[in-house]
Design a protein around this ligand. Structure first.
Ligand code: HEM
Length: 285
């Protein structure tokens, strides 16, 4: 049965408060803040690497003689003699001057894919971008391995991440609650939380790691089947980029949900492990 809670949300919430419960293990908390650190550096160094050739293709090949580009950022001379930035997505061209293609402080604009404020380092430096990117990529791999092992052993994976039938049945009700900005503060994640964490941890993270490995020449020699699975290195690069965009979208919604559902309680649970549940949730196991 769908339960709709009608009280307002947030820290000023008048709902009767329940006890503090132990919600997050040390492994969940530790790995969570490592995801944040890794993804921060991976995103901004990734955009630095992307800027070296700001176009994406689908298929085995890329180059001037092929028309398999699905996304590209470039600069063009405008009719009035100035330079403009443009982004083309599936053949549809948009002017993006000041952000994509041509950007920078007034009078010092540059032809570059993503702007300076979105890349590490801020100036064009592919070598540094690659070193930092690969370092944090391996930290991410290690963190995922530690998270998977700990979560398997302490039951977090089965209990909180892999959605069961009851969770899937609860999705429509949870969508309605979220649309009305009503959040249940229980001992466990709600159906949408479970589903989104499942997708991030067990679909998007493995996918971004595997497509990253597919682009690495060393791995091409060791595991040539990776290139076949992803339909070529160019397609792997495009999937890698799309997964990055999905992770950024997740991040924006995730942080918005933390703020809307009561940021102090949520942050306490991710720092100390303790979370204050609603009084009416106390009887639930
Ligand atoms: C790189 C970006 C981030 C990713 C990929 C991410 C991912 C996740 C995942 C997968 C979980 C579930 C963890 C588990 O149960 O094993 C989680 C929980 C959580 N995250 Fe994040 N997170 C990110 C950034 C943040 C930030 C910046 C904040 C703080 C504003 C935050 C606050 C939280 C909180 C409070 C929870 C626990 C939610 C709850 O107990 O209801 N996250 N996050």
């Amino acid at each position: 049965m769908t339960r709709i809670i009608v009280q307002p949300q947030g820290e000023g919430d008048k709902r009767p408060k329940g006890n503090l419960v132990r919600r997050q293990s040390i492994w969940t908390r530790l790995t969570h803040w490592l995801w944040v650190l890794c993804l921060f550096f991976l995103l901004f160094t990734g955009l630095q690497i992307f800027n070296a050739h700001p176009s994406l293709y689908v298929g085995e090949q890329s180059g001037f003689e092929f028309s398999n580009s699905v996304f590209s950022i470039h600069a063009e001379r405008m009719p009035d003699g100035s330079i403009g930035g443009f982004t083309t997505i599936f053949g549809n061209k948009f002017e993006t001057t000041g952000f994509l293609g041509y950007s920078g402080p007034e009078g010092r604009e540059q032809v570059r894919g993503f702007p300076q404020w979105l890349t590490i380092p801020t100036y064009q430096d592919l070598a540094t971008g690659r070193v930092v990117h690969f370092f944090f990529a391996w930290v991410l791999v290690g963190t995922l391995a530690v998270w998977a092992l700990a979560s398997l052993v302490n039951g977090h994976l089965r209990r909180d991440i892999v959605p069961g039938r009851a969770d899937l049945r609860g999705v429509p009700g949870d969508v309605v609650r979220h649309a009305r900005f009503r959040f249940v503060r229980g001992r466990r994640y709600g159906p949408l939380q479970k589903l989104s964490y499942f997708v991030v941890l067990l679909v998007l993270f493995p996918l971004i790691i595997l497509t990253g490995l597919t682009m690495s020449p060393g791995m091409n020699a060791a595991w040539p089947w990776l290139v076949d699975i992803f339909g070529g290195r160019q397609t792997a690069r495009t999937i890698h980029f799309v997964v990055m965009v999905l992770l950024v979208l997740f991040f924006v919604i995730h942080v918005a949900m933390v703020i809307l559902s009561g940021p102090i309680n949520a942050m306490r649970s991710m720092i100390t492990g303790r979370y204050r549940i609603d009084a009416e949730e106390e009887e639930r196991p």
